[in-house]
Design a protein around this ligand. Structure first.
Ligand code: ADP
Ligand code: MG
Length: 720
């Protein structure tokens, strides 16, 4: 029987490894050629104009109309020389994707190519086609995009792309970038204030981000033959293959040729756009891989991750592949994450999370380190909310991913340092004492990097000179969790600085004041520290005893955006107002509802139109067989028993689909969006999905392999 699956298998059989033409063996010859960064500006702008542009980009200085006109003229000439005909503001609406609105450079009236400074600075896409969470009133659909000079423009195909923020007519953020940029300013101010306790020369601090991106790759024909992958991004059915990831032989094994060429191809494309991709390897599950760039300034790194995803999607087509960014495309196998490595770097080039050989500098290190732990302790719920999505719910706590409990791993050496400081009591430091020795902070090893035991089960781990937030899912825009991390650490640093100042005013030595406050924080935040196995059941129990939240589903996790303390931390510099937070939560809830609704419908369609008819057909063959055997007087009990089992699974399936569909009708009528999301979670997903899936996966085992309509896991996953 020719079904989608057999056709796909035939196509895949004939696939050839696609050629790649990297521009040059030498990356330095093509790195950034499609990106209009500082180097390109220096080459194309007059020296005085370039200085002004550099100042605007590096220090956030205001851009005059003259400067924007000069940059627009330069970038137009540059882009046209690269083959661009259009330009677009490139932005990140709350759909989670990137969006573009293309305009031509060509002015038909004048018969020439024109690009004005005003068009560089601002564009006006129709905001009504993007989610706004009730911010946009119906009579005012306008939205604006505004150029973000700190992230380089780039040419993509025939289009010049200009990274921008996206705001409503009334000024509210409608995207992921605007709050991220504000949070970068907020943490800059707070961290610089604290840094000045140690070093007067520091005038600016920038968060850095390096994100490791995990993904799956499947053949395009297989993908197209799986309506669930196409519509929901994940397989809702599929029996685990006899060989899964039990052998762990995929991890760091050799990369299959078709995938290797795909990687080389998208990496070259990314490098041309100035994305510093640097590592590639197999991940734990079959057909799962990872790409990681070198870290960059957080805003640029976030844009680059979004762009990398676009590039990976597009380049996959040339290889007849499909790249999956869903957090859990295949049940029973590892999910995909996006590990956010985060640190704070001063304008003098110091990474504030880098322990040093000097005890004095280590007090600075400890200050930032302990304040971060304290922030994570206070706002673990908000960090959890920042990574909540229908896809990530499948991954968090699913055995091989960090749990939904936010805890921090710091390694045995730093644990010992903090313990010593905690137990040291309020020691007196006399003149001439080596204060650092007396406090026991003189012996933090400088190079922790290779010594930090890697605990891969922790959602938030200190890895020697940076924190690695491992809970974000592979499909997320980094801006959401990074905005939260920036604001909560900024909030804590501000409070810390106030407390230090107050003690100093009372006559306390500043270093002693700092140490005493840190000691309090170490004690207060202790519950967040966990060095054991984060995947274990025992940890769930222990965490509960420690009072740490363990919110397993998105609708409830999102509540944390609207607590009083969250509203307060976001209010610094108006990163997000209460109204914007409400809007964001509503958009995320609606998104959740839509995702579960689609999955539920896809299950219904696949079961009714593909699985049930195929199983019935096969059952009829067995029935004839049983009759024939009986006629001949041969024992047919084994066949009868199979027929019965198929009947049983079919009954479960038919009833499950019927009940789930009815339940969906009820839930669709719920007015309140939070109530509706919770109903979708508990009354649809939790109640029916597993039961229906189990019945289908069992039937997959019974029905003749020739006839099974859905591409099987073993076929999709062992691509070579
Ligand atoms: P892992 O062993 O977890 O794979 P890597 O050393 O490969 O870790 O680094 C992972 C990511 O962390 C890379 O993107 C790297 O550039 C980034 N990274 C390294 N140092 C920093 C830092 N100081 N701040 C932010 N990211 C960093
Ligand atoms: Mg890592």
């Amino acid at each position: 029987m020719a079904n989608l699956r057999t056709k796909a298998l035939e196509q895949v059989e004939k696939r050839k490894v696609a050629e790649v033409n990297t521009p040059s063996e030498d990356i330095s010859k093509f790195f950034g050629v499609d990106s209009f960064g500082l180097d390109q500006m220096r080459e194309t702008l007059a020296p005085a104009t370039y200085k002004e542009a550099e100042d605007a980009i590096l220090n956030g200085k205001k851009i005059s109309p003259e400067l924007s006109s000069a940059i627009a003229a330069a970038v137009k000439t540059w882009a046209i020389s690269k083959g661009a005909k259009h330009y677009t503001h490139w932005f990140q609406p709350l759909t989670g994707d990137t969006a573009e609105k293309h305009d031509t450079f060509f002015d038909a009236m004048k018969g020439i190519e024109i690009f004005k400074g005003s068009a560089l600075i601002r564009q006006e896409p129709d905001a009504s086609s993007f989610p706004n969470g009730g911010i946009r009133s119906t009579f005012e659909a306008r939205g604006y995009t505004a150029w973000d000079p700190s992230s380089p423009m780039f040419v993509w195909g025939e289009t010049l792309c200009i990274p921008t923020i996206f705001v409503s007519y009334t000024g509210e953020s409608l995207d992921n970038k605007a709050p991220l940029l504000k949070s970068v300013d907020t943490i800059d101010r707070a961290a610089t204030r604290v840094c000045k306790f140690f070093d007067r020369n520091v005038s600016k601090i920038t968060p850095s981000l390096g994100c490791e991106q995990e993904y799956f790759v499947v053949d395009k024909a297989f993908y197209n033959a799986r309506p669930d992958l196409v519509l929901a991004g994940r397989t809702v059915f599929g029996h685990n293959p006899a060989k899964g990831q039990q052998l762990d032989d995929h991890y760091f094994g050799s990369i299959p040729n078709r995938v290797l060429n795909y990687m080389k191809d998208f990496e070259a494309e990314a490098l041309k756009k100035g994305i510093p991709v640097s590592t590639r390897h197999n991940e734990v599950a079959p057909s799962q891989f990872e790409v990681a760039p070198l870290f960059e300034e957080i805003n640029k790194a976030t844009d680059h991750n979004q762009l990398l995803i676009d590039i990976m999607n597009k380049v996959a087509e040339r290889h007849d592949l499909k790249v999956l960014f869903h957090e859990k495309p295949f049940a029973g196998l590892n999910g995909s994450g996006k590990h956010n490595n985060w640190s704070l770097i001063t304008n003098t080039g110091v990474n504030l999370f880098q322990p040093s050989s000097s005890a004095k500098e280590n007090l600075q290190f400890l200050t930032f380190f302990v304040n971060t732990l304290m922030a994570v302790y206070e706002h673990g719920d908000l960090l959890r909310a920042s990574i909540a999505s229908a896809g990530n719910d499948h991954r968090l706590g699913a055995n091989e991913a960090p749990p939904a409990i936010i805890s921090a791993f710091i390694g045995s050496q730093l644990s010992a340092v903090l313990d010593e400081l905690e137990n040291n009591g309020n020691i007196k430091v006399e003149k001439g004492d080596n204060m650092y020795m007396k406090l026991g902070i003189d012996k933090i090893p400088e190079i922790l990097l290779d010594n930090t035991d890697r605990n891969r089960t922790s959602p938030f781990a200190f890895t020697g000179n940076k924190f690695e937030f491992r809970a974000p899912g592979s499909d997320i825009n980094c801006a959401a969790p990074m905005t939260v991390l920036n604001v909560i650490v900024a909030d804590r640093l501000n409070t810390f600085a106030d407390e230090v100042d107050a003690l100093v005013e009372k006559g306390e030595d500043r270093r002693i004041a700092i140490v005493n406050i840190l000691r309090d924080y170490i004690k207060a935040s202790k519950a967040i520290r966990f060095e054991g196995d984060g995947y274990s059941k025992a940890w769930e129990e222990e965490a509960e005893g420690r009072g740490l939240p363990n919110v397993k589903n998105t609708p409830e996790a999102l509540d944390a955006y609207l607590t009083e303390k969250s509203i307060q931390v976001f209010s610094h510099d108006n990163v997000l107002t209460e109204k914007e937070l409400e809007a964001r939560r509503e958009i995320l809830l609606e998104n959740y509802i839509r995702k579960i609704q689609i999955e539920s419908r896809v299950m219904g369609d696949l079961a009714s139109n593909h699985v049930i008819p195929t199983a019935v057909k096969y059952q009829n063959i067995l029935i004839n067989n049983a009759k024939g055997l009986k006629e001949l007087g041969v024992d047919n009990s084994a066949v009868l028993s199979t027929i019965e089992k198929i009947s049983m699974h079919l009954a479960v399936l038919r009833n499950g689909i019927k009940d789930m569909t009815n339940e969906r009708k009820r839930v669709n009528d719920i007015e309140d969006v939070r109530d509706q999301a919770i109903a979708y979670c508990h009354d649809i997903k939790d109640k029916y999905f597993d039961e229906i899936r189990r019945a289908v996966d069992k039937l997959e085992l019974y029905v003749d392999d020739e006839d099974w309509p859905l591409v099987k896991y073993r076929e999709m996953l062992f691509l070579r």
